[in-house]
Design a binder for this molecule. Structure first.
Ligand SMILES: C[S@@+](CC[C@H](N)C(=O)[O-])C[C@H]1O[C@@H](n2cnc3c(N)ncnc32)[C@H](O)[C@@H]1O
Length: 278
């Protein structure tokens, strides 16, 4: 959906989670310059939304230049764990403008993962942050990593920046594959990270030391046998995207799939875990 906004000329897109279970609507906000073509672009957007989503509505509001600047303000640098910093590309430019000539930009010595907020998932969602925290603990250097459902590429890039020897990043959505490739290049890790379009680990041959997957419970359940197949004995699976209330279901499936639980963590109703292949 975000991609359609961008193709119609939107300068940025914000996809907000549903406010609550009582209001499960997804809100997608795009920012467009007011010009002669705007009515035609809004008509195209209405046609698209009407054709794919029953009951969805479009609201058009005018915002001034300050409102546009605020869009960038939404994407703040986020310090994760002890060593990582996730930030949008323009944060470095702003930082460099503030810094003294020749002074390094202010990252506090953290490893930077630069992500362009766009149509693909993966910046500061609690499930992403939980996976980043576990990655920081599990990647010691030299690991072979698979990132299943890479979205913006954030976890694959973080694994490479933390010292993984090579990373395979897979996503079934071509829009995410494109965004991930762009972010991989932006972070200078093209030699370490390969981004492919694919379904879970279908057709992927191991071995891997680490598989990371921020997906739904159903997709993780489906992934377990393939993850067990490509991981070395003692290799680890980091997974999130699971709601906390389904914890027992998840851990039951793990035990049946040849994995032992090595750690779990929660944030904002979401659950993440690390499991070790027996
Ligand atoms: C919740 S996002 C996670 C993005 C990123 N890894 C992060 O942690 O922020 C899930 C991603 O998985 C992809 N995905 C969903 N089902 C998939 C499947 N069966 N195979 C591959 N990718 C899938 C989606 O397109 C989406 O980009």
């Amino acid at each position: 959906m975000g991609n359609v906004f961008l193709e119609l000329g939107s300068g940025g897109v914000v996809v907000a989670d549903p406010a609550s279970v009582l209001d499960p609507r997804l809100r997608v906000t795009g920012y467009f310059t007011v010009d002669r073509d705007l009515p035609a672009r809004m008509a195209a957007l209405r046609r698209f939304v009407g054709s794919v989503l029953r009951g969805a509505g479009i609201v058009v509001r005018e915002v001034d230049a300050a409102g546009w600047a605020n869009w960038r303000e939404v994407w703040r640098p986020v310090a994760v764990g002890r060593r990582l910093l996730v930030r949008p590309p323009w944060a470095a430019e702003a930082e460099n403008r503030r810094a003294e000539p020749c002074a390094p930009a202010g990252t506090g010595g953290r490893i930077v993962v630069e992500i362009e907020p766009g149509p693909a998932f993966g910046y500061d969602h609690p499930t992403t942050i939980l996976c980043l925290e576990f990655l920081e603990e599990c990647v010691r250097g030299g690991e072979r990593v698979a990132d299943v459902g890479t979205g913006s590429g954030i976890l694959a890039i973080a694994a490479a920046r933390l010292g993984a020897a090579r990373v395979l990043a897979v996503d079934s959505d071509p829009v995410a594959v494109r965004a991930a490739r762009e972010n991989v290049a932006r972070n200078g890790v093209t030699a370490l990270v390969t981004v492919c379009e694919g379904y879970l680990l279908d057709g992927v041959r191991g071995p891997f030391d680490l598989v990371v997957a921020n997906l739904t419970l159903e997709a993780i359940g489906e992934l377990l046998p393939a993850a067990a197949g490509v991981l070395v004995p003692g290799g680890r699976l980091i997974a999130s995207g699971l709601v906390r209330c389904r914890r027992d279901e998840v851990f039951g499936a793990l035990a049946g799939g040849g994995f032992g639980l090595a750690g779990e963590r929660t944030a904002g109703g979401w659950l993440a875990f690390v499991a070790e292949r027996g």
